[in-house]
Design a protein around this ligand. Structure first.
Ligand SMILES: Nc1ncnc2c1ncn2[C@@H]1O[C@H](COP(=O)(O)OP(=O)(O)OP(=O)(O)O)[C@@H](O)[C@H]1O
Ligand code: SF4
Ligand SMILES: [Mg+2]
Length: 346
């Protein structure tokens, strides 16, 4: 571990039972786009030192959730409800000055395309040094001296030489390691990783995931891992939140989600992933998430749900939308009338 990271501030022990990130009822809309808000009543909690995977099909709102927490909403997007508390402070209502302090110091983000995120005109070492200087208030010379150590710490061979490289001279895996070094330079509490290995080949993917896990263990980081890949989820995550059409439809421990999925959407995702693994082909769930945003009432998964008709509960599903309710031990919740608690109560 680098000297710098060893000197990192102690993780806050007070209120340690309170979640590090606590998102409640988040709503983010594109007012110029018809239909329900893209994020529409999102709840998500991440505890200290925990890896939480956020999964769901393309367009379900995973990246938008991450960008909202980072205060990096795309043009045209507006937060229209809810709160997102990071160590008790609502990031949605704070001013831009405080928000800039928090970005990096408390929460940092990794993206799918590390090479695109790096400045093509600056040497990668100076980009990590710049990040260090901005967040840790160290001088230019001191920062430069520490960069090599930091690049070594994230597994970059010949770090002194690599520090002088430009982004185009690095492989995708090396570029993501540089991004990890830059992200960790400010000693954040939470790292949001949005499909951090999707653009990498399988071997490199495994190495980057190992590095993230190692950093969680060493530094007590919390990680929000956004991924399509349920294989990655099963090896990395402590808990899983399944997102559909802008809200969470099921959450629980990784074991509960994989061994005892309660929501038909989670079941369909797992089945598609299993078929892919068995047959080496891409499987998708019939229908599309886009339909869901035009529904005004009821369960948003109804147009694609095989269970409602099987159980003869279509009218109920079409009426009021189910709430996210407890359906097992270990904080397992599902938003479906057919899942355990509702079924038992009925
Ligand atoms: N710039 C934009 N303008 C209009 N709508 C947008 C914009 N960005 C996102 N959206 C809407 O927000 C929804 C959620 O987008 P988001 O990028 O969060 O999906 P995602 O779950 O990250 O998907 P993927 O897995 O493909 O990355 C989209 O379905 C789209 O309707
Ligand atoms: S509430 Fe009804 S439509 Fe929605 S997932 Fe459950 S069974 Fe299917
Ligand atoms: Mg995305």
């Amino acid at each position: 571990m680098t000297k710098l990271l060893k000197q990192a501030r102690p993780r806050v022990a007070a209120h340690s039972d309170e979640p590090l990130l606590d998102i409640r009822g988040l709503r983010v809309d594109f007012p110029d786009v018809p239909g329900a808000p893209a994020i529409d009543g999102m709840d998500l909690r991440i505890n200290r030192g925990e890896i939480v995977a956020l999964v769901g099909e393309s367009g379900s709102g995973k990246s938008l959730t991450a960008l909202t927490v980072m205060g990096l909403l795309p043009p045209g997007a507006e937060v229209v409800g809810g709160e997102a508390r990071l160590q008790g402070e609502d990031v949605l209502s704070m001013g831009s000055g405080r928000r800039n302090e928090i970005r990096g110091d408390k929460v940092a983000m990794l993206f799918q395309q590390p090479k695109v995120m790096l400045d093509p005109t600056a040497r990668v070492g100076s980009q990590v040094a710049e990040s260090l200087r901005r967040h840790r208030k160290v001088g230019r010379r001191q920062a430069r001296a520490r960069v090599v150590e930091m690049l070594r710490d994230v597994g970059i061979p010949e770090p002194a030489r690599r520090a002088s490289s430009f982004a185009y001279q690095l492989s995708g895996g090396m570029a993501q390691r540089v991004m990890i070094a830059a992200a960790l330079s400010a000693d954040p509490e939470l790292l949001i990783a949005d499909e951090p290995t999707t653009a990498l080949d399988v071997t490199v993917q495994a190495q980057i995931l190992d590095l993230l896990k190692q950093k969680r263990d060493e530094l007590g980081l919390s990680i929000l891992l956004i991924t399509h890949d349920l294989g990655i989820v099963s090896t990395m995550a402590d808990r899983v939140a399944v997102m559909y059409a802008g809200r969470i439809v099921e959450n629980g421990t990784t074991k509960d989600i994989f061994d005892d999925p309660q929501h038909p959407y989670t079941q369909a995702l797992l089945k598609a992933s299993l078929l892919e693994a068995e047959r080496g082909q891409l499987f998708s769930i019939p229908g599309s998430v886009v339909q869901a945003r035009s529904l005004e009432h009821g369960c948003r998964f109804l147009p694609r749900c095989p269970v409602a008709a099987q159980l003869g509960i279509t009218d109920m599903c079409r009426g009021e939308e189910p709430t996210l309710h407890t359906c097992g031990e270990h904080e397992h919740h599902s938003r479906c009338y057919a899942s355990r608690e509702h079924a038992e109560a009925g």
